[in-house]
Design a protein around this ligand. Structure first.
Ligand SMILES: [Zn+2]
Length: 276
């Protein structure tokens, strides 16, 4: 499933195609409950396209919004206006202006909402701060890690909880834990506040880097230094630990292993990240 950085990049691409132009066509397919909104939305300009955790809000002028959550299979495709993608997927939503069409395909959750309904929306209201959100900075993430409500759960499950911090999925979880040499079974309550702050800062930094570098979590300078040390420019790929269970830990050279925590795979270094 795409994680926060991928959803934000998707929002950027849809925004490039739609923002600032009146939508000539807004069509819902197999969503009879929203048919009545097509006439309301057509002719309105798209003001912004925003990612909220793993959901998207397409925000129209006049206080109207289309909420969409892609779950596992949903996919947006952008084309020249009127060009229909060659796909067997089931079309759910089309938004077309003079220049582009944005199509949303496959099983996905779609709703039409007015601005005053957003604060009370069942998914949106539960989201924690999003490190890629326009109004979130590093201090907000540090504050979240200090909130004692979250101190009793294992980080393996806490980090995937969108109500704690929005946008973390499986690859970011492995990378965040590896970067601060933290075992997935550790809890925030078992750390001192310096350790919590460093983990929060790593969370903020790695999500932002993955957004800027299209999913890569490794820092450029560290990657170069490591490749130089190993004499192999592919020694460390896009990630430090995630899906590198046949490789060496970039910090200590021990072998990265894959363990199941919270029902999903975590990639970690048993030497750097000992079990608590
Ligand atoms: Zn290690």
């Amino acid at each position: 499933m795409p994680e926060g950085p991928e959803i934000h990049r998707s929002a950027d691409a849809i925004a490039d195609a739609l923002v600032g132009h009146p939508a000539d066509t807004v069509e819902f397919h197999d969503l009879d409950e929203f048919k009545e909104h097509e006439a309301t939305l057509q002719g309105r300009s798209v003001r912004r396209v925003e990612a909220h955790g793993k959901a998207l809000l397409t925000r129209f002028e006049g206080g109207w919004n289309i909420y969409s959550h892609n779950q596992l299979y949903g996919k947006w495709m952008i084309r020249q206006a009127g060009d229909l993608p060659d796909t067997n997927r089931q079309l759910r939503l089309e938004i077309t202006n003079d220049y582009h069409s944005a199509y949303l395909y496959s099983a996905t959750q779609i709703e039409v909402l007015q601005d005053d309904e957003l604060d009370d929306h069942s998914y949106l209201k539960k989201l924690g701060p999003d490190p890629l959100g326009r109004e979130t900075d590093e201090a907000d993430i540090v504050e979240r890690f200090e909130a004692t409500d979250f101190h009793r759960r294992q980080l393996a499950t806490l980090l995937l909880d969108q109500g704690f911090v929005a946008g973390i999925g499986n690859y970011l979880r492995s990378e965040i834990l590896w970067s601060e040499a933290t075992h997935p079974r550790e809890k925030l309550g078992g750390m001192d506040s310096d350790e919590r702050r460093e983990l929060a800062e790593a969370t903020h930094r790695l999500i932002r880097r993955a957004y800027e570098k299209k999913g890569t979590t490794v820092d450029d300078e560290e990657l170069l230094a490591y490749a130089d040390q190993k004499g192999d420019e592919t020694a460390c790929g896009r990630h430090y630990a995630y899906e590198r269970d046949d490789g060496e830990c970039p910090r200590c050279d021990d072998e990265i292993v894959c363990e199941e925590h919270g029902g999903r795979n975590v990639f970690l270094c048993p030497s750097c990240q000992p079990s608590p």
